[in-house]
Design a protein around this ligand. Structure first.
Ligand code: NAP
Length: 273
């Protein structure tokens, strides 16, 4: 039996175990998915211990996504983002992936959204970094707006530096720029925690329009204020459970080399969010 798991603190409300175990059941894979909650500074040591114990794969969440970098061989994308959320122990040292990036891209393509034009990413924390690199790698021009504006400029500079001039652009802004940026944008991603367990949106409602696709990384509640405002404006809306699903789908496929049973994983998730 293979053992997979989630490294985080806290992890008790995680939806990853039922999502992955639904995939094992559907494909007849002899595996279990469990949660691990080490001390908040013990991420790298936990990965080393997992390797010793013969664990097959780990997802990694707050507060360990940066810490585990030193215990893995990160992919170039994970290294650029500066965070790992999936560890594959079939290599030595273990390989560190960032599947949040693919999770965002696959959420849009699953909904028939073309990945072209201008994107606005709200937030420059861990999720914002993954989203900004992912969309720039797809060739979009990326505007990053963040409460702490300096972080948006730093992230935009890092994204722009990893793309040859002309292929893609990235610019940093404060949140006050959203009312001018959003009316011109094709895609919008909220990668802040604004809207989590609160009826608040980081984006002015009157800036939203029918020609924009809006993904909210927040999935509690599942319909955030931002998504309600976007739906009212006639926009395409994608909730945060899709991003959670597709980062898990991508991790499953890296670990097993098999196509994930997306519908079964989605159903396991949707009955619990
Ligand atoms: P993080 O690294 O702590 O970053 C938090 C971000 O939110 C920063 O940009 C921060 O701005 C901003 N922020 C926090 N409070 C704010 C406020 N009151 N007003 C404006 N901006 C505020 O967290 P993270 O890991 O990036 O996660 C961000 C959100 O994405 C969380 O809700 C998380 O659950 C969600 N997420 C979802 C998925 C998924 O699969 N659906 C995956 C990853 C994350 P400053 O820089 O100014 O502090």
């Amino acid at each position: 039996m293979d053992v997979y798991g989630l490294l985080g603190n806290p992890v008790e409300h995680s939806l990853s175990p039922p999502m992955h175990e639904a995939a094992y059941a559907e494909l007849g894979i002899d595996a279990r998915y469990v949660t691990f909650e080490p001390d908040a500074d013990a991420g790298a040591r936990a990965v080393e211990s997992a390797a010793t114990l013969g664990i097959a794969g780990l997802n990694v969440t707050i507060p360990f996504k940066q810490q585990v970098l030193e215990a893995v061989d990160p992919t170039p994308l994970a290294e650029r983002i500066g965070a790992v959320n999936t560890v594959d122990f079939s290599t030595s040292p273990p390989t560190g992936y960032n599947t949040d990036a693919a999770g965002v891209v696959r959420s849009f393509t699953h909904h028939g959204v073309e990945l072209t034009g201008e994107a606005v990413v709200v937030g420059a924390g861990g999720a914002g970094r993954a989203v900004a690199f992912a969309l720039a790698d797809e060739g979009l021009t990326v505007h990053i707006a963040n409460r702490t504006e300096a972080k948006a400029h730093d992230l935009a500079a890092a994204v722009a530096a990893s793309h040859p001039a002309g292929e893609s652009g990235a610019q940093g802004h404060g949140l006050d720029a959203l009312s001018a940026l959003v009316p011109e944008a094709d895609l919008l991603v909220n990668a802040t925690s604004v809207g989590m367990e609160e009826d608040r949106s980081p984006v002015p409602a009157d800036a939203l329009h029918a020609d924009i696709a809006v993904l909210d990384a927040v999935y509690s509640p599942i319909e955030t204020r931002l998504l309600a405002d976007a739906a009212a404006a006639g926009a395409t809306t994608i909730d945060g459970a899709w991003m959670l699903l597709f980062q898990g789908v991508e991790a499953f496929e890296r670990w097993t080399g098999r196509d994930a049973p997306v519908d079964e994983m989605n159903e396991a998730l949707r009955t619990r969010v």
